[in-house]
Write a protein that binds this ligand. Structure first.
Ligand SMILES: O=C([O-])CC(=O)C(=O)O
Ligand SMILES: [Mg+2]
Length: 645
């Protein structure tokens, strides 16, 4: 934007402006060497600030998020340092590298999504920030902007157009994007997330506008650390990474899987309150085996077959090493939509050295367990009384199965090996039984129980007699009428979870589940379904989607400075979510609370996860805050506009 001029040091920093949360004492401990630069001696509409000590990184974040606004671009006065949790981090071990940041005003301010407020800039701001004439005269509130945007979005008939409008807004005015998403979460979640994000990934090459995250391909081998440093934000707290090999139930979408980390991270902010500038979406591109994409002229990724084996492992290892080196031990890496073999391997390999979380294995497990705990609360009985049958024995299936076994073992003191015997899985070759043990992948072996081979799902239902049927195979329409009716014949209140995403891959629809069980099913699905009326009664299907868990779970890890994920934290998250389900919710057929109170739910989950982390000695943020729910809430990003003076 303009060149740096190292000659004009400004040692005397001050903070003014309503939004500054610092006391004078805190300020004195703040970095003193702040360099303000401009392109010439004339007052410029752009000002750059260079901080030269270990606290600098945090200061950058504060400015980006408005905790300490640059209040006067003419004299380049800047704010100080306070971390997102309200404490001075000047003593923290931050990278020593100096960096620079430009703080825009005038025309550039309107094009800076972190600070742009559009017509909501008031007259004073327009005067002092060189905006006069660049905007029409009307000043509007953020609320009115939300109303207008919702009106525009509702006018689009095609979900992908709504998605593109939302992405456009995110790149134009970040706070308005999050305000919109938070105020209309139930309506907009299906737009920026499942199911529309699936279609967006399929067409990502055609709709690609501007990069929203980092692309790390085989070309970057040997210089991944450098690539990470190209990202403009330095104080990253959570990375969501995919290699695009198993995007939802849509298969290998290669580099176009980027829509998933972007979508998941916008939920980290909207649902979990993690600052947008602390979130980094990454796609690792090792090629794709999707022939259609390889032949698509608009494909944006490497045009080669997927690298596997050592080549793959080396790239991932370089990535994981660079991430820790660049961001430190407390950086959370969420693996998303990797194919089974890599998902399990990566979790096992890095689970003991990094703060890693696999959303498809662990997040899905935690959300499903929460639904089952709440179902038990209302239907009666305990998990140990149930028999579980899964269609699908990949990440989600075996992940959920294991967490259920752990919870049963915790509730009953039964050895986990015993608890596993209550859980049966069907994969593409039929029921997983001991006679198949030899040829099974390692993650399926614990589920090979003694039984004669069964190939059809409906036969497995009739022979195993499950009380709970869970679909995680990524294949749509597999809970046929026959299968659902068999469940209804066996159970007064059959629990049926059709978890595969997006909607096209759902094992059955909500309507089918209620119709084929005469309204007796307790049903939830991974992708959202509209309420269904059956014989005059309205049923509201719950959404058993990991979006309930990962934002609050991640916030809990981050706010406590946790260094490793432990299974007990997942159980804590499930229990916290289940506690939020009210009898009124269940009366409508819901085993999850409505998404509209998700911030409150996330704070609750974060608090329980953090408490468990402290108990296990894995939390490094000391001392432990007294009220973790309040603390979680106080950490949450607010999208309300800041006032610039
Ligand atoms: O993204 C979603 O909606 C849930 C999920 O992780 C998946 O299906 O892979
Ligand atoms: Mg996923």
């Amino acid at each position: 934007m303009f060149s740096l001029n190292r000659s004009c040091f400004l040692n005397n920093t001050s903070i003014s402006g309503r939004s500054s949360p610092f006391s004078h004492n805190q300020r004195r401990r703040l970095p003193t060497k702040v360099v303000a630069l401009s392109t010439s001696n004339r007052v410029q509409s752009n000002v750059s600030v260079l901080m030269e000590n270990h606290s600098g990184t945090t200061a950058l974040q504060e400015m980006r998020d408005g905790y300490a606004e640059v209040v006067d671009p003419k004299s380049a006065v800047t704010g100080g340092v306070q971390d997102v949790y309200g404490e001075d981090t000047a003593t923290e071990d931050m990278p020593v590298t100096p960096w620079s940041v430009s703080v825009a005003s005038g025309y550039s301010l309107l094009r800076d999504p972190h600070h742009n407020k559009g017509l909501a800039f008031n007259d004073k701001e327009r005067n002092s920030h060189y905006l006069c004439g660049l905007l029409p005269p009307t000043v509007v509130s953020q609320e009115l902007q939300v109303k207008k945007m919702m009106h525009n979005i509702r006018n689009y008939q095609v979900p992908l157009q709504k998605y593109m409008a939302m992405m456009d807004l995110q790149e134009r005015n970040q706070r308005l994007f999050y305000k919109l998403l938070m105020d209309h979460v139930e309506e907009l979640l299906p737009v920026v997330y499942t199911p529309t994000v699936g279609e967006a990934c399929q067409k990502y090459g055609s709709i690609f506008n501007r990069p929203q995250g980092l692309f790390i391909s085989l070309k970057e081998k040997g210089k991944i650390l450098e690539v990470l440093r190209n990202w403009p934000e330095k104080n990253i707290q959570v990375i969501v990474v995919t290699d695009g090999e198993r995007i939802l139930g849509l298969g290998d979408l290669g580099c176009q899987g980027m829509g998933i980390p972007v979508g998941k991270l916008s939920l980290y902010t909207a649902l979990g309150g993690v600052r947008p500038s602390a979130c980094l979406p990454i796609t690792i591109d090792v090629g794709t085996n999707n022939e259609t994409l390889l032949n698509d002229e608009f494909y944006i990724g490497l045009r080669q077959k997927r690298a596997t084996g050592q080549e793959y492992a080396e790239l991932l290892h370089e990535f994981m090493t660079a991430v820790k080196q660049n961001y430190g031990e407390k950086i959370l890496v969420q693996f998303e939509d990797f194919a089974n073999h890599n998902a399990f391997n990566l979790l096992e390999k890095y689970g003991t050295t990094h703060l890693v979380f696999n959303d498809d294995i662990q997040g899905t497990a935690s959300v499903v367990l929460a639904g089952l705990i709440s179902a038990m609360k209302f239907v009666g009985g305990s998990l140990a009384d149930q028999k579980f049958l899964f269609l699908g024995a990949g990440e989600a299936g075996t992940g959920i199965a294991e967490l259920i076994a752990l919870e049963i073992s915790k509730q009953t003191n039964m050895p986990v090996e015993e608890a596993r015997k209550k859980v049966w899985l069907v994969d593409s070759k039929g029921l997983i039984v001991s006679s198949r043990s030899e040829s099974l992948q390692h993650f399926k072996k614990p589920w090979a129980h003694d039984h004669e081979p069964v190939t059809e799902l409906v036969d497995a239902v009739n022979q195993i007699k499950p009380t709970i049927l869970i679909g995680t195979s990524g294949k749509g329409k597999t809970f046929t009428k026959e299968v659902v009716e068999a469940m209804a014949a066996l159970n007064e209140k059959p629990i049926i979870l059709a978890l595969s995403n997006p909607t096209s891959q759902s094992e059955c629809t909500a309507e089918e589940a209620y119709n084929w069980t005469q309204g007796r099913a307790i049903f939830a699905s991974g992708s959202p379904f509209d309420p269904v009326e059956y014989e005059g009664k309205a049923y509201v299907p719950g959404q058993a989607n990991n979006a309930y868990i990962f934002p609050g779970f991640g916030l809990g890890l981050i706010m406590s400075g946790t260094i490793r994920v432990h299974d007990d934290m997942l159980l804590a998250a499930s229990e916290a979510l289940a506690e939020q389900v009210t009898p009124e919710n269940f009366e409508k057929g819901l085993i999850y609370p409505p998404f509209k109170s998700i911030r409150k739910i996330s704070a609750h989950i974060a608090a329980k996860v953090a408490a468990k982390s402290y108990e296990l000695g894995l939390a490094t943020r000391l001392p432990q805050p007294k009220d973790l729910v309040k603390y979680a809430e106080s950490c949450m990003y607010s999208p309300a506009y800041r006032t610039y003076r």
